[in-house]
Design a protein around this ligand. Structure first.
Ligand SMILES: [Zn+2]
Length: 673
């Protein structure tokens, strides 16, 4: 009789091998890090005697479960910012918090917490993508878990790299040092198509090919991502990444929610593994991945929890159950994604999706000893029916909870015995995680108090503190033609001019400064005003802007914080959550003129929305000293005089104030022609 290190006896062994073998009572023999025998108990014990023998009667022995897609360190951000759309959640909250807090020690600790949680839910292997991925790899290896660790690469600066080429260097370095590790497969992690450039994806594909390591990427997670991709490149996400050569490498694609039939075939033909993350897709309302169709076609689909900031846990059994239920709900077909298929997704197919099916995902001789033992002796799993071969799958997928996982073995090493995690100091990890969370909390609270810091969290904001002198008057039809005459006759020296259509949305906030944020879509029209030549989107933060008024009623205002608006108006509305939004559209004729040796901007605005058909004239100039401001104020007085507009009552209010009608005097205009 041969000697094995460990023999598991007496349980129901659910092998998940290709033939669907289940042995009751069955046994598994392990030597070193591998499975040396599996089968009916009497056959295995005839052949092997274990140095350790563990009786598993009343339990199911299953392959260690596979969490195909997560961001392990994000456990430390678990529960931060909920019930938000993906872009607001990601760009508005996660990324700013990550920029502030994500360091190697954060990633190491977050991974320890994640590993403890995953081990408790029977996971022995996970696919990860994050920053400082080497610390994730190190932490996972220390916890004794198998992982495919993808170093994130994005086209913009991240917590661990100032640019994508830096991230690529980091990845190259990580990959060369970790390749061949018994538990860790290093990988290249271009985050997503929408956070990549063409060159970046090409470089990632080349690196993965040259080093023979996999790629892990998010694909078509939201409909908005696909729409943007189509608008920008004239094709959806899958053909675009394919065009960059990505599928030359082995690819694991997370989400794949919004794919058409052609894209599914592309994934199939390039043997791309998909990881379905139903909780994350539901929580962020991203949509429903066509899992049933993928399985029909034969695409390997694994299951992932995604990061615990969008889930909020790493419970893979719950995820597996949800995958089965959701597929039925979506297709209206209760036979869609059977319990057995769901468990395959969490085991063999998950292993295939990660490219690890040669070594894990099923209980077969020669594979690594990655096993989980589920206690079936519980109230909620009683009674049991063994009437059909598939009963055991239904019992596990629809009935078992992660708390029923009793023991976990990975690579022949015990990670958990009798619910006690042996490889992670869970008390230490919990205590330290709370300490980090307290700091993150204070940071978010402080940021939420200031609109400016919320704005700064998003993008590069220019914070010029220049001042502006300006006057605005309402023009009657006669006034308008006299101003037009002055321009045409050359009385005003026009340096350059343009015609624009400006759609402004003012987000009026409830903060102490009564801040308002203007989202402007600025269309520059052709000189005949017929078609749009270019569009610019800008975001401007204004506080209480009026500083001083002069005798001739010119206002000196502090200029504002200005940034390119890289997201949609909908995004900013959800992110800043204004008390009120006011929309004003106008047609603007803008003239840059010189008067009295000084540059001024002169705007003739026709308000289109609301439909006032009213014209206003604005004269503005930037200024940098109060002396200069006074000189320019005097010049504006002279300019008004030469335009015969001195009789006009200046309008001191901004357009949104006029719309709101908060101000006495001005809104008379609304009743005029
Ligand atoms: Zn993800």
């Amino acid at each position: 009789m041969a000697q094995a290190d460990l023999v598991l006896l007496g349980g129901t062994v659910v092998t998940m091998d290709g033939a669907g073998n289940v042995y009751t009572p069955g046994a598994v023999a392990v030597s070193g890090n591998s499975i040396v025998a599996v089968g009916p108990e009497r056959e295995v014990v005839r052949e092997y005697q274990g140095a350790e023998e563990l009786t598993c009667s009343g339990c199911a022995v299953i392959p260690g479960l596979i969490n195909g897609h997560t961001h392990a360190p994000m456990t430390l951000l678990r529960g931060l910012a909920n019930d938000l759309r993906l872009d607001v959640w990601l760009v508005g909250y996660m990324m700013p918090a990550e920029r502030e807090f994500v360091r190697p020690d954060f990633c190491w600790l977050g991974t320890q917490l994640a590993c403890a949680e995953m081990i408790q839910s029977g996971v022995t292997c996970f696919g990860d993508m994050y920053y400082f991925e080497e610390t994730v790899a190190d932490s996972a290896a220390q916890a004794g878990m198998r992982a495919v660790c993808a170093q994130s690469i994005l086209k913009f600066a991240t917590p661990d790299a100032g640019s994508y080429d830096q991230a690529l260097e980091l990845t190259r370095d990580f990959v060369t040092r970790w390749k061949g590790h018994e538990l860790i497969t290093p990988a290249v992690g271009p985050h997503a198509a929408y956070t990549s450039t063409v060159e970046m994806l090409q470089d990632c594909a080349q690196l993965a090919l040259a080093e023979d390591v996999p790629i892990h990427i998010h694909i078509a997670e939201t409909a908005e991502e696909v729409a943007r991709q189509r608008a920008e490149y004239g094709m959806p996400v899958v053909p675009w990444v394919k065009k960059q050569g990505l599928f030359g490498a082995r690819v694991t694609a997370a989400h794949c929610v919004h794919l058409d039939e052609g894209e599914l075939y592309t994934l199939l033909h390039h043997d791309v593994g998909v990881v379905h993350s139903p909780t994350s897709n539901l929580k962020l309302a991203s949509g429903f991945a066509p899992v049933t169709r993928m399985l029909e076609l034969g695409i390997p689909v694994g299951i992932g929890t995604d990061g615990s900031a969008s889930n909020n846990d790493l419970d893979i059994l719950e995820e597996t159950r949800l995958a089965a239920l959701l597929a039925k709900g979506i297709t209206g077909d209760p036979t869609a994604v059977s319990a057995q298929q769901a468990l395959e997704m969490a085991t063999t197919m998950g292993a295939r999706a990660l490219g690890l099916d040669q070594i894990t995902g099923s209980i077969e001789i020669g594979k690594r000893a990655d096993l989980a033992v589920i206690d079936l002796n519980t109230v909620h799993l009683t009674p049991r029916f063994d009437d059909t071969a598939s009963s055991i799958y239904a019992l596990i997928v629809y009935g078992a909870k992660s708390a029923d996982i009793l023991h976990v073995l990975c690579h022949g090493r015990w990670l958990m015995r009798d619910r006690q995690v042996l490889t992670v100091d869970t008390e230490y990890a919990r205590r330290e995680a709370q300490r980090v969370a307290n700091k993150v909390s204070s940071f978010i609270v402080a940021r939420e108090e200031s609109i400016l810091s919320k704005l700064l969290a998003l993008s590069d904001v220019s914070q010029g503190r220049a001042f502006e002198v300006q006057v605005k008057v309402q023009l009657s039809a006669d006034d308008l033609s006299s101003v037009e005459d002055a321009i045409e006759s050359g009385l005003l020296a026009v340096v350059r001019s343009s015609v624009r259509r400006q759609y402004d949305a003012y987000l009026i906030l409830d903060d102490v400064d009564h801040s308002r944020i203007r989202y402007r879509e600025d269309e520059v029209l052709s000189s005949d005003g017929e078609h749009v030549e270019s569009v610019e989107y800008r975001l401007t933060l204004t506080g209480s802007i009026r500083e001083r008024e002069y005798d001739n009623l010119v206002i000196l205002s502090q200029s504002r914080y200005d940034a390119p608006a890289t997201h949609s108006l909908r995004f900013y509305k959800e992110y800043f959550d204004p008390a009120q939004t006011v929309e004003v559209s106008k047609r603007r004729r803008r003239y840059h003129i010189r008067f009295g040796g000084t540059a001024f901007a002169l705007n003739i605005d026709q308000i289109i929305q609301p439909s006032w058909s009213t014209h206003f004239l604005e004269i503005k100039s930037r200024t940098w000293s109060s002396q200069d401001a006074e000189r320019k104020a005097a010049l504006i007085g002279e300019l008004l005089h030469s335009l015969a507009l001195t009789h006009m009552q200046p309008v001191k209010e901004e357009y949104p104030d006029l719309v709101l009608g908060r101000v006495v005097g001005a809104p008379d205009s609304r009743n005029e022609s």
